[in-house]
Design a binder for this molecule. Structure first.
Ligand code: IMP
Ligand code: MG
Length: 196
């Protein structure tokens, strides 16, 4: 596990995308390096049984894309879309499945690919939901974990970065569906600009 060095600047793309983009929390180069390390770890751990990667939409789409290409195994990919009831910046823990998996999980070695773990309630629900489908194993790869926020015990086998508990955007993560295409993780400068 690594703590991001980050850099305090806001790049040109971030500036174009809006004034609500704050300082960088994890820079693009740190993301590339860490995703390569996570891919290498998964490659080593799953050499005998290539996994099914289950990306949690929409936030994980950028991470999933880079991570899958950093794994040197014939992985399968599938996606789920979930939405938590509650405000945009605070989850309620009640999760609605918006898009279910296409794949049959029975006997598969599954790696859930998640963008960020905040309270952990979304992931905790998803783990129970997926375990009920009879996978041979289930592990989680989360790009970001917010320090000190988890309200449920979670077994996170792979973690990219542990970050402070600010609301962040970019590299797939959104504020009200915006800012997903920033190439670094930024603090949202003005949280009141996302809906409540
Ligand atoms: P949790 O259930 O509190 O762990 O929240 C997890 C979900 O909330 C993530 O999959 C994200 O979709 C969303 N989320 C939590 N924190 C952030 C953030 O800082 N930026 C963007 N989305 C977030
Ligand atoms: Mg989201």
């Amino acid at each position: 596990m690594t703590t991001p060095a980050g850099d305090a600047s806001v790049g040109p793309a971030a500036t174009r995308l809006g004034s609500s983009v704050g300082p960088v929390v994890v820079g693009a180069e740190d993301l590339r390096r860490r995703v390569a390390e996570l891919g290498a770890a998964i490659t080593a751990d799953y050499a005998e049984h290539p996994p099914l990667l289950v990306g949690v939409l929409k936030g994980a789409f950028v991470f999933m894309s880079d991570l899958s290409r950093a794994i040197d195994l014939p992985v399968d990919v599938d996606f789920m879309a979930v939405s938590s009831y509650g405000s945009a910046t605070r989850t309620s823990g009640v999760v609605r499945i918006v898009k279910d998996l296409d794949a049959d999980l029975s006997g598969r070695h599954v790696v859930v690919v998640e963008d960020i773990v905040d309270s952990g309630l979304t992931l905790s629900y998803l783990q129970r939901y997926l375990m009920a489908r009879g996978p041979a194993s289930l592990a989680v790869c989360a790009l970001l974990v917010k320090e000190g926020q988890q309200r449920a015990p979670l077994d996170l086998r792979y973690v990219g970065f542990r970050i402070p508990a600010d609301f962040v955007v970019g590299y797939g993560l959104d504020a009200d569906e915006r800012l997903r295409n920033l190439d670094a993780i930024h603090v949202l400068a003005d949280p009141s600009s996302s809906p409540s």
